[in-house]
Each structure stands twice: as structure tokens, then as C-alpha cells.
Design a binder for this molecule. Structure first.
Ligand code: ATP
Ligand code: MG
Length: 405
């Protein structure tokens, strides 16, 4: 019978191959097939990881690209299947949760073999709930060029003793292939033929994957050209704070990073251009905006982020749009960008700032509230009119605070 969703019932032995697969290559496929035949598993389930948290300037390709390449690479093997379990989940995925979920989908007593290359097996105990994870199923540590076989055997023996782990060691044909190397080859125009299945090679060509620097590196380069040095330094400061805040409050760090990088792209436009562009893109100008066009730079920044940088995620665009004024009922990302803008380390110090910096990682709403209060009193001191969105942001947070006790 035709089936859309993966059914794990009826299998006695299954192997699991988790990975970023950015891209999938013959090293993965050889390891999977070796484990399947050696341990007599009926299938190998490939599980591409979901969205990865932002890591040191390195962006992982979109999960759907990685999923599709995994499907293409495994399609011709009737014993290979691909699971969307982590792709569909969102947020950060932990192996322990995935394994638990898979085990619950299997018949009682199904033997599960989790495949790990020599590099990743050494890290198992550092993974979330590593000590209990290691007891959940069998692990197969496969050899990988660059990693010493004896170290691996010794590690397996020790872990068996110390954690009564079901850890097996398997020597497989040495393929000195890594996704990192493949990405590097594509950037420099070197061939990847015979390192990845032909279908994957074609997909990479067609989609233009790995050709350019990663997305954020690309943005950084363009920003450097577009803005003054001072604005650029401020922007980087905001981006770093935004990532920290995102990690702290459970926001998508990638989105925080992109929104922060682009939040001030319209700031240095001359006022006349701001007004002209606002009219051109149909932003309704009220009296205050006409008088203080700098209030427009969030809206215009969102517009430029969309048309010139291809950002179409409205959630990210709103964080850019409302970073100057705030608004009632701000999203988590809006609060993070608003606050990161205030607390970034290169900003000139003013009286209330140390307190906000302290609060930022303690109570997000209170910190945002104080930021808005400070900015309103600053506008008042300058004798300017306070924009209504900021007043609404203030009142909203104040009321919420009361409700929350
Ligand atoms: P990257 O270079 O981006 O880390 P990778 O080639 O290591 O990519 P992953 O997706 O990180 O690929 O790997 C998934 C799993 O496959 C890991 O357990 C890894 O150790 C294993 N693996 C990857 N390449 C090989 C290989 N050539 N031989 C044996 N195992 C491998
Ligand atoms: Mg790896």
C-alpha cells in the first residue's frame, strides 16, 4: 500500500544515521550500508538535523535543501529511508528526544543501531542527557580517516564498562570525504564528481548551493560598503547582543542576527531621500514623520531588507520596522532587536543605560520598558513630540506588568 508517513512497525532491527548532510556524500552512504549489512538491519533511517543554532559565522544550508539532497542520495537503495522528524520539529533538536520518539514508533523490542562517525562518537557524553542516551539503544562507531582506530576501540571498550553501553566498533572502507571539504571545493570551483551521488551533484549545481559565501557573510560585505564605519561597528555590536538575547530567551538566533544586521540600513539616508522613498513605497506620512524623518528609518530599512536583500520573513521585517519606535504588543524578536540596539557596547553611555544592560538578561520586558521610558524622556528633553507608537509600547508593557502582578 502506498504510504506517505514513515511506518516503523514490523521492523526487528533498524539503523539510524543522523547528520547535518550539508551536503550528504559517499562517506555517509558507505557507513550506512556497512552498518546495515554488518548488523543485519532491515533499514537505515537517515535523519537530517533541523535548523541549527547560529554558529560562529557559519550558516548551515536551509533544512529543506539538506532534506532533498538526502532523499536524492538514498532514493535508489530500497533499504534506505529518510525521516523528516527533526526537519519538521523546529527549534533546537536533541538526539535523546529524537531517539525516544523513534523508539516509541517501533514495535516493542526492536533493536535500534545509531551510527556515529569517529569524530562524533567521542562527543556522545556531552550531548543532552548523554549518559542516559547511551543506554537507550545500540551505538555503532565507524572508522573515519583522520581518526585513530585504536583510540576508537579503546573508547568503545571504556564506555561499555563505565556506562554499560551497547557500543560497537566497525571498520569501514576509508573515504576521506567531508561535507566541509565539499563545500570548500564548490566555492573554489574544484570538482566534486564521485564524492557525492550524481543526483546530489546536479541538485547542488541547479540550486547554486555553496557557491557564494554564506548568507550572513554576504550581508556583512554589503553593509561595509553601504554604511559609515561608525554605523557598521554599531551594527555588529547590536548583532552580537541580539544573538545573546535570542539564546537567552529562546528566539531563533539566525533571525535575530539577520534582523540586527539590517536594522539600520536606512538610517544614513539623507532626510529628503527618506521622505521621497517613503512616498514612493506608499508609507502614509503623518505630520510627525514629516517633521522627524529619522523615525522612518525602521520602515524603510524593512523595505530595503525585502527588496535588496531578499528577506521575505515578515517576522524579521517587523523587528527591523519597529526597532526605533517600538509598538504595542511587540513580538519576542522585536523586543530583542529593540533592546540589543540600546545595550550594544559601542553606544555612548547615558544615565539609565547600566541599569538596562543589567536587566536585559534578567527580565526582557522590564528592560524593554525602561528603554522605552528613557527614550521618551530623551525626546521630551529635546522638546520634540513623542511618537504615538512609543507611547503605545510603553502603555502596553505597563499594563501587562500590572496584569502579571
Ligand atoms: P561537516 O564537515 O559539515 O561536519 P560531515 O562530513 O562530518 O560534515 P555530518 O553530516 O557532520 O558530515 O556527519 C554525519 C555523521 O556521519 C557523523 O556521525 C559523521 O561522523 C559521519 N561521517 C561523515 N563523513 C564520514 C566519513 N567519510 N566516514 C565515516 N563517517 C562519516
Ligand atoms: Mg561532521
Amino acid at each position: 500500500m502506498e504510504q506517505l508517513f514513515l511506518n516503523l512497525k514490523g521492523y526487528k532491527r533498524i539503523a539510524i544515521m543522523g547528520g547535518t548532510f550539508d551536503p550528504i556524500h559517499y562517506g555517509h552512504l558507505v557507513a550506512a550500508e556497512a552498518v546495515r549489512t554488518e548488523f543485519n538491519t532491515e533499514i537505515v533511517l537517515f535523519i537530517p538535523t533541523g535548523t541549527q543554532p547560529y554558529k560562529q559565522n557559519q550558516t548551515v544550508s536551509h533544512k529543506e535543501h539538506r532534506y532533498l539532497m538526502t532523499v536524492l542520495a538514498t532514493a535508489s537503495n530500497p533499504n534506505f529511508a529518510v525521516s523528516r522528524i527533526e526537519i519538521d520539529k523546529g527549534g533546537i533538536n536533541y538526539t535523546i528526544d529524537t531517539i525516544n520518539e523513534l523508539i516509541s514508533m517501533c514495535d516493542m523490542g526492536t533493536e535500534v543501531f545509531f551510527i556515529t562517525g569517529a569524530d562524533s562518537v567521542f562527543q556522545i557524553l556531552t550531548w543532552k542527557d548523554g549518559a542516559s542516551l547511551i543506554k537507550k539503544c545500540n551505538f555503532v562507531a565507524v572508522t573515519r580517516p583522520g581518526y585513530n582506530k585504536n583510540d576508537l576501540v579503546e573508547y568503545a571498550v571504556n564506555l561499555k564498562k563505565s556506562h554499560s553501553a551497547r557500543l560497537h566498533f566497525l571498520e569501514i572502507p576509508a573515504l576521506a570525504i567531508s561535507s566541509t571539504d565539499i563545500r570548500g571545493r564548490i566555492k573554489t570551483g574544484s570538482p566534486i564528481k564521485y564524492l557525492v551521488p550524481h543526483e546530489v551533484e546536479r541538485y547542488i549545481e541547479k540550486s547554486g548551493l555553496y557557491l557564494r559565501h554564506d548568507f550572513s557573510a554576504d550581508i556583512l560585505q554589503r553593509l561595509k560598503k553601504m554604511m559609515s564605519e561608525k554605523r557598521y561597528i554599531h551594527t555588529i555590536g547590536v548583532a552580537k547582543e541580539a544573538i545573546k538575547l535570542a539564546d537567552m530567551y529562546g528566539e531563533d538566533a539566525e533571525k535575530a542576527y539577520i534582523a540586527a544586521l539590517l536594522h539600520d540600513i536606512a538610517k544614513e539616508m539623507p532626510n529628503s531621500s527618506k521622505l521621497a522613498m517613503a512616498k514612493a513605497v506608499g508609507i502614509k506620512l503623518d505630520e510627525e514623520l514629516e517633521k522627524i524623518p529619522t523615525l522612518l528609518h525602521g520602515y524603510l530599512g524593512a523595505q530595503i531588507a525585502k527588496t535588496d536583500f531578499g528577506i521575505d520573513d515578515e517576522y524579521v521585517l517587523d523587528a527591523i520596522r519597529y526597532h526605533t519606535t517600538g509598538r504595542a504588543n511587540m513580538t519576542l524578536l522585536e523586543k530583542i532587536i529593540y533592546l540589543a540596539d540600546i545595550i550594544e557596547p559601542n553606544r555612548e553611555i547615558y544615565e539609565g543605560l547600566p541599569q538596562i544592560r543589567q536587566k536585559a538578561f534578567d527580565n526582557l520586558d522590564e528592560a524593554v520598558y525602561e528603554g522605552i521610558i528613557d527614550s521618551i524622556s530623551y525626546v521630551n528633553r529635546k522638546g520634540e513630540h513623542v511618537y504615538y507608537l512609543s507611547e503605545e509600547a510603553r502603555d502596553f508593557l505597563k499594563n501587562e506588568d500590572k496584569l502579571g502582578g
